[in-house]
Design a protein around this ligand. Sequence first.
Ligand SMILES: C[C@@H](O)[C@H](NC(=O)OP(=O)(O)OC[C@H]1O[C@@H](n2cnc3c(N)ncnc32)[C@H](O)[C@@H]1O)C(=O)O
Ligand SMILES: Nc1ncnc2c1ncn2[C@@H]1O[C@H](COP(=O)(O)OP(=O)(O)OP(=O)(O)O)[C@@H](O)[C@H]1O
Ligand SMILES: [Fe+2]
Length: 564
Amino acid sequence: MRVLGIEGTAWAASAAVHDTGTDATRIFTDAYQPESGGIHPREAAEHMREAVPQVVAEALDHARETAPDDREGDESPSPPVDAVAFSRGPGLGPCLRIVATAARTVAQRLDVPLVGVNHMLAHLEIGRASAGFSSPVCLNASGANAHLLGYHGGRYRMLGETMDTGVGNAIDKFTRHLDWSHPGGPKVEEAAKDGEYVDLPYVVKGMEFSFSGIMSAAKQAVDEGVPVEDVCFSLQEHVFGMLTEVAERALSLTGSDELVLGGGVGQNGRLREMLSEMCDQRGASFHAPEPRFLRDNAGMIAVLGATMAAAGDTTAVEDSRVRPNWRPDDVPVTWRSDEDVSRTAALREGTTQRGAEATVTLGDVVEKSRNPKTYRHPSLDARLRRERTRAEARLLHDARKLGVSTPVVRDVDPRDAAITMERVGGTDLAGRLDPAHVASVGRHLATLHDAGLVHGDPTTRNVRVPAADGAGPTDGTGAEDGTHPDGGTGERTWLVDFGLGYHSDDAEDYAMDLHVFEGSVVGTADEPAPLLDAFETAYREAGGDAGEAVLAQLRDVEGRGRYQ
Ligand SMILES: C[C@@H](O)[C@H](NC(=O)OP(=O)(O)OC[C@H]1O[C@@H](n2cnc3c(N)ncnc32)[C@H](O)[C@@H]1O)C(=O)O
Ligand SMILES: Nc1ncnc2c1ncn2[C@@H]1O[C@H](COP(=O)(O)OP(=O)(O)OP(=O)(O)O)[C@@H](O)[C@H]1O
Ligand SMILES: [Fe+2]
């Protein structure tokens, strides 16, 4: 099958022809370069209006020139391509409409099917296809996005994402402050080569992350006279360190041992180096497609379009309106039937647990050491390990005082980033996900929030519950009488891993806790809906009016679009 792909979500007016027989992909791109500042939606659309028809004509010429012999000389020659795939969203509305119009026109003229492709899934599927991976975790690092996806039960689930801007846009905003021309990413990469390390904010909440604080601090540092190359170097160390850390968390949560990278920022050598080193260290495989398939390009649209067309997933012209805010986790995945990413490998209860951050030895007591991460800059690494070990020990204690079940801390060694604590539960919540246990987590979080405490990373791996068969030490201190101090009717649950915790009186931070927990449930459960329902009901009941306000804030967090 030969498929014409058309792309034009923001800056790249691009058309490509992919031949599934030879696996060859030829891409024609005309890039929009803003005169000044960043991408202006109106200017970008003007570019698309001129450039899209041109690149499409070039691609179709190429298709005709390379058509197999049997397509030539017939009385009614076969069309040069068998389907037309186009970027249907997400992206800038005016640009998308031009692409869609071009795609409909060509498909109707050639009388071939139309395929509406999700641009973000195209960024990821191209890597999965070229790696030959079956069920990887996918990190998309592009201009307008930054997120982690894992396939499970017919959809890509969102495992973590930026809470504000996309990673490329964040970097581009910083370089606009320096009056550097768009795009800024490659210029930061170049300047970073001569830079030295300075501390900047580092914001990871579970598998969610945000860039606004770090970008303000970077601009301020330059304004205060810190050498630009030092700021560029440190920006990369922090921002890519965050992406690598959340990617490792996603691997750990899902039990996957494959990671693929997608998106324009994936062209950055330092980001690729960090991801590759992290994967090496945990025995996972890493793959990044070649640069022409990383940045926006129609090749990836043609490739996924061909896969979708082969699965019969085509788009009727009357249903082909563009979707500027189309989320990748909203797409029914018709073209995959392979094994789910969430293999629950995480659930084996060995004597040594390898979390995303630490090695945890489960004996009579539990010894947790945050080992150095060599992908991170040594200064940043030392700072994070020290800060998190301190926070963990302090907050485990604070939470206990509030009546939230946590292991008792026996010893803390901030220098070696090590904690010795009581052993609790028989398994992770991930191994016994049921409404009673998630409800108990809801009550625990309501208690913490009521006292101004944020867990920071309440995933299903950071909650301990009794083992189903009763094996293992199911009692923590205080449960000897068999009562359940969390006040619920289910079995007892313990919260562990407070390393990302902190004190806050901002409802947004509490909402993030809920968002992180729900994300970990959605990422791994076969049927998340009843679990989320039980969780929120329990949180609401325990949290009263304040809890209601946090849930409203959660809806706000979930509803934030990025393409207006
Ligand atoms: C919706 C769609 O329009 C959007 N596309 C997009 O953002 O273009 P993409 O080609 O994937 O990424 C462009 C971004 O990639 C950054 N970039 C390019 N080369 C880079 C490098 N060497 N280092 C860091 N960033 C780089 C640019 O600064 C720019 O922000 C998206 O995929 O989010
Ligand atoms: N006190 C404890 N008692 C029993 N098991 C524990 C205890 N603390 C941790 N564990 C187990 O060890 C695993 C890893 O611990 P922890 O989450 O603290 O490490 P981590 O490296 O920070 O993990 P991640 O970053 O992946 O959440 C947990 O999922 C849990 O199964
Ligand atoms: Fe993109």
